[in-house]
Design a protein around this ligand. Sequence first.
Ligand code: FES
Length: 162
Amino acid sequence: MKKQPIKIENQKGQLSIERREFLRKAGGFAIMGLFGTSFFTSCSDDIQDPINIDSNSEGINVDGDTITIDLSIIEELNSSGGWLLITQAQTLVVNDGEIKALTSVCTHSNCDRNWSLSDGNFRCSCHGSVFTTDGEVITGPATRPLSQFDVQIDNDIITITK
Ligand code: FES
């Protein structure tokens, strides 16, 4: 059963232990880098619901159009399938073999916080649109992709520029 967030500021998710073990055995990052999102879509076993965390999350800093994330603190992004919804910055961050950042403002009708990650794709529960982790539309009613943001990684620090 899907859990609905009560209070949403920042959210994060993670693959099930079984899925992570499967990915680890399959070669983790290297395999994900080779197969990309098509690898995710070939599996269909889990929905990663967001977990509510405190709004002043240690390890995440939002300063205007720049977001920094400390991977030594926000460990969910260290493995494939980890993801965050940073609502105050309207930004989705996912590790699908590489770190990607997208707008969380759905291109259908601008919902920005009703996201889940299912079978490696983002789903907006406002009206059911589904997007790849690159932001491309899989299922409407949305017809336009989610914008991607620039991502730089230096040691454990991710810098996202919108
Ligand atoms: S606002 Fe996302 S599907 Fe309608």
